[in-house]
Design a binder for this molecule. Structure first.
Ligand code: PLP
Length: 308
């Protein structure tokens, strides 16, 4: 990564993360002792699903929505989670307690098909049950990105059709996104703006993508991107607050000429986009982005106050 590059996941350094405890299949151990087998299907093939979640005010933000996606993804690829969402919540609660964490915490909940008996692809070779790992880190997004904005580059790597690897899978294998991110970095940008197979603007390598034009908020149809929890919340908030919002096809022509553009994701909520392919977006005032960010902040507070 070049010296000046930023990511939507930039967070303030926190010394405490050197000594966090990690959940591995029921055990909670120091990060240096947290290990999975080299025969694990996640390591060998990227055969697993994950969720990025935030602990806020002692509660898991939008827990039900994350669990809906997680369980649907595991079901779609026949990974037996081995517990219900109450069991997952219990594992999360135990890990948070072991780390004395309640707020400004980011969690990566990962489930793979488990350890294989031989180093080959066939799913039936994973016979001893899934591997569940929970990493929680103290994590506060850097505020600088809110004023500076992220720089995107359009890349050759596209979001594929659902019959190859459906972009809705939050799978361990993120090679499509990693290749896109590399291409963006090589073009001198922070992250990648990815098109769909028809050339319409779709999403970024790690977040969902929105533009604002003449007071209207636009995002892609959703056919080729991650069904982001934050994306759905932003669309809902716009509808509830009389901000016109459309899920539609649009091209780079409309993205370059937008008044504002922003990304959404659990980690950074809404992150303004400063430029796309070296062209600056709007005048930097980000009026609607800031309004949506404030509405989302209120929603997050309400969601984590009301409990699970
Ligand atoms: C490719 C991609 N797009 C978008 C998102 C944002 O989703 P969410 O808002 O649920 O965090 C993610 C998060 O994992 C992602 O990996």
């Amino acid at each position: 990564m070049n010296q000046t590059s930023h990511t939507t996941h930039d967070s303030a350094e926190d010394e405490r993360n050197r000594d966090i405890r990690i959940y591995v299949n029921g055990d909670i151990v120091h990060r240096d002792a947290a290990k999975v087998s080299v025969y694990d299907s996640g390591f060998m093939l990227g055969d697993g699903m994950w969720e990025g979640m935030r602990l806020h005010n002692g509660k898991w933000a939008f827990f039900d929505e994350h669990m809906d996606r997680f369980f649907a993804s595991c079901k779609a690829v026949s990974i037996d989670v081995g517990m219900d969402r109450v069991g997952i919540l219990d594992a999360l609660t135990r890990t948070a307690a072991a780390n004395d964490m309640t707020h400004d915490v980011h969690c990566r909940l990962m489930l793979t098909r488990g350890v294989k008996v031989k180093p080959f692809q066939h799913p039936s070779l994973s016979r001893s049950g899934p591997t569940l790992v929970i990493i929680m880190e103290h994590s506060r997004p850097v505020t600088e990105l809110q004023s500076r904005g992220i720089r995107l580059a359009t890349v050759p790597q596209v979001r594929g059709l659902p019959m190859s690897q459906d972009a809705k899978f939050n799978s361990h294998s993120k090679l499509n996104c990693v290749i896109a991110c590399l291409q963006a970095e090589q073009a001198g940008a922070d992250e990648a703006l990815m098109l769909d197979p028809h050339g319409f603007v779709n999403t970024t390598n790690a977040c969902n993508f929105f533009i604002v034009r003449k007071g209207e908020v636009w995002t892609s149809t959703g056919d080729y991107c991650m069904n982001g929890v934050t994306r759905a919340k932003v669309i809902e908030l716009c509808r509830e607050n009389d901000i016109p919002v459309r899920e539609k096809n649009f091209s780079l022509y409309e993205a370059y000429g937008a008044d504002e553009a922003f990304l959404t994701g659990t980690f950074g909520a809404q992150t303004p986009v400063a430029e796309i392919d070296g062209k600056s977006i709007g005048d930097g005032s980000c009026t609607i982005t800031r309004r949506i960010r404030a509405l989302y902040k209120n929603l997050l507070e309400a969601n984590t106050r009301s409990g699970l």
